[in-house]
Design a protein around this ligand. Structure first.
Ligand code: ATP
Length: 243
């Protein structure tokens, strides 16, 4: 990302962000609420157009070119903050939507057995196989989120973007899902960029941390280097709690 500036609703959100995200690692994006983490992810999957600056992806090219953007999207999977599931479809069919660029997702033809098996395996990875045939509209928030993760993993993407992918997941499951994502990164060479709300989760899961404050990158380094000073730069001084 080179000197990116982005406005939302006319208001500057990112102001000159330059960043290199290394391939094959997990990078966590952290910062206070409203700082522009989702916006940064939106620029990375081409859903948000920068006012100026460019994003160039190795193997795809600068994303301001339509062909490069299409190439980039075929290699990318996103876990959205609001899950973006179709309520009337089962968990399994929602996972198959991850393969929608191979065939129309709502085609009345049954999905080939091999692909259904792949979807079942993806659901198993996130611990949801017993809920495979339940309609998404009947799943809990955390279950929906895990369907979203399975739908991203079934694509076997080169690039995995996640917007608070564990936000509504039971805390006991977060470590397990973190391991599932790390396995995908390590076995398939995935480059992951995850917006993470909890700095503790980011430090445990990510190789690198990017901290945003006031529209700029104020920390960019290994997770092990995210110290008290970095925490203050990103999140501000700790509030003093009155008794
Ligand atoms: N579609 C939009 N129209 C106008 N303003 C927007 C829009 N989307 C986001 N914003 C504003 O842009 C700023 C950055 O939003 P963004 O969602 O990127 O922040 P965030 O860091 O992901 O927040 P959170 O941690 O609360 O999810 C916020 O001030 C938000 O109100």
């Amino acid at each position: 990302m080179d000197n990116l500036a982005v406005r939302r609703g006319g208001v500057p959100v990112l102001r000159g962000v330059s960043l290199t995200i290394p391939q094959g690692l997990v990078t966590a994006v952290v910062g206070r609420s409203g700082v522009g983490k989702t916006t940064l992810l939106g620029v990375l999957n081409g859903l948000v157009a920068p006012e100026h600056g460019t994003v160039t992806v190795a193997g795809s090219g600068p994303l301001d070119d339509a062909e490069a953007l299409a190439r980039h999207r075929r290699r990318t999977a996103t876990v959205f903050q609001d899950h973006a599931l179709i309520d009337r479809l089962t968990a399994l069919d929602n996972v198959l939507l991850g393969l929608a660029d191979t065939r129309h997702p709502l085609s009345p033809l049954p999905w080939p057995r091999a692909l259904r098996r792949r979807a079942a395996e993806a659901l198993d990875l996130v611990g949801l196989l017993p809920r495979a045939l339940v309609r998404a509209g009947r799943l809990s928030g955390g279950e929906r989120q895990r369907v979203g993760i399975a739908r991203a993993l079934i694509r076997k993407p080169d690039i995995l973007l996640g917007d608070e992918p564990f936000a509504s997941v039971d805390p006991a499951l977060v470590a397990h899902l973190g391991r599932v994502l790390r396995q995908a990164v390590e076995r398939q060479g995935v480059t992951a960029v995850l917006v993470l709300h909890q700095i503790e989760t980011a430090m445990a899961l990510a190789d690198r941390i990017v901290g945003l404050a006031e529209g700029r990158v104020v920390f960019d380094g290994p997770a092990t280097a995210f110290d008290a000073a970095a925490r203050t730069a990103v999140f501000g001084p700790r509030p003093i709690l009155s008794e």
